[in-house]
Write a protein that binds this ligand. Sequence first.
Ligand code: ATP
Ligand code: XMP
Ligand code: GLN
Ligand code: MG
Length: 515
Amino acid sequence: MADTILIIDFGSQVTQLIARRLREAGVYTEILPCTTDPENIKNAAPNGIILSGGPNSVAMADTPRAPQIVFDMQIPVLGICYGQQTMCQQLGGRVEPGTSREFGRAELDVTEECALFDGLWAQGTAHTVWMSHGDHVAALPDGFRVVGKSDGAPFAAVADESRHYYGVQFHPEVVHTKDGDKLLSRFALDICGCSGSWSMAAYRARAIDAIRKQVGDAKVICGLSGGVDSSVTAVLIHEAIGDQLTCVFVDHGLLRKGEAEEVVRLFGGHYNIPLIHRDVSEMFLERLSGVSDPEQKRKIIGGSFIEVFDEEAQKIDGARFLAQGTLYPDVIESISAAGGSDVTIKSHHNVGGLPDDMKLDLVEPLRELFKDEVRNLGRELGLPEVLVSRHPFPGPGLAIRIPGDITPEKLAILREADAVYLDEIRKAGLYDDIWQAFAVLLPVKTVGVMGDARSYEYVCALRAVTSSDGMTAESYGFSHEFLARTATRIINAVKGVNRVVYDVTSKPPGTIEWE
Ligand SMILES: Nc1ncnc2c1ncn2[C@@H]1O[C@H](COP(=O)(O)OP(=O)(O)OP(=O)(O)O)[C@@H](O)[C@H]1O
Ligand SMILES: O=c1[nH]c(=O)c2[nH+]cn([C@@H]3O[C@H](COP(=O)(O)O)[C@@H](O)[C@H]3O)c2[nH]1
Ligand SMILES: NC(=O)CC[C@H](N)C(=O)O
Ligand SMILES: [Mg+2]
């Protein structure tokens, strides 16, 4: 069994980032909700435990606490934000509510040396950290001492080295906390004694094991879009269960130009996995006709996808499972997690857009990973680089790139404009510098002058972003010359567009897609 750090989740938006930082440090992690049965904590046999942040207030009655077993196991514990607060209170300290709020950047003064900071942050130095709290620890339990403070948190870092207990009010897991990753790695490797030898190869082995256990000798169908996530999912599952797997590629009429042929060629050519190609474009377009609300579009698409998968499953005797390339960002944006803090931003078709009465059970081996980790897993599995480094393309396709209602005419215009845009990006050698690029067709017509005549046509917006995991993103800084050239080519080549604009919004406050 690998070294394990257990994360007890109190519902923070960034709990998964703790897991991710530990994976980067070569440490295997498991996340359990704070309401878990204490037996599960014992059975995980962790080397150490991290208590996450959360939206509740320790100062209120009936808010979650760490199961007592956490403190009975005599292993190192690190409490982060809510985790620090509840740890201090449960061990005999006190938390004060709502007097000194800190959100965003703060300065941590290291007031004393401690094992957690060893070799990293010296006494008397100050460091930029990221805070997000209203409550703070106001009295320490026996055995603890303060080792760092900030303006809003007199007990911003605390330690009881004899028991190997540590607490921080700031969030070491977010990139805005400088060297926060090193702090977490120090906790896992030096304080908990993990070896740091866990890797994507180990993830692959564990995932394959879990897939075999879950599906037994049943048959599985896998929704394959030709994108990175579903390709990695399919190859991983194929490695686990071989010919029990059939892939289904759904052509919903919302794909990009030439995409269906490309998927069949890219995937069909490389792998020995049966691939069913279903053309259901008429059904999708009919159901979407006249619908302009983004969430309604997403629900219709999610439901229709499942209908097609159900039909295909029935044709394959005994197919009980549906595999999807769902990633963690799809999950966090779509549903409210155990702690109840996550708000719904948009219903990703494969999570929040799923119907309630699903017949197939889900197999989602990538559900805890971020995009760049999936790419590394794909490389580990030997997928070709052209597949692994493809830009993401959303399941609902062009439907969420045409604000307002969708018509065959608008789809045709968008397909052409998008193809020209991507061709220009490839020609300029920029494809791999950009995380995702696409065109959007706005439901707005403007006046232009073309060949001395008046035109009255749609506006096309171009979007390109850089990102590492899609959770945050920045608009890509094209040269003006590139944008002007591309705009000219789109207007010349695509009938129905007479104006092109570039979207410079980052995420947040925008999202990557327009709906
Ligand atoms: N056209 C499609 N046919 C079948 N399944 C699909 C289709 N589009 C999406 N899916 C399913 O929905 C999942 C989520 O879609 P998503 O776009 O996030 O992933 P992807 O297409 O595999 O990868 P990428 O993010 O690189 O586009 C996919 O992994 C796949 O299982
Ligand atoms: O498969 C998907 N089904 C969806 O419903 C969906 N919505 C957004 N996306 C993709 O997710 C990433 C983040 O997008 P947003 O910033 O727009 O939420 C970007 O890469 C988006 O393209 C989706 N992918
Ligand atoms: N991010 C957190 O864990 C916040 C903890 C608690 N809700 C507070 O405001 O102090
Ligand atoms: Mg996709």
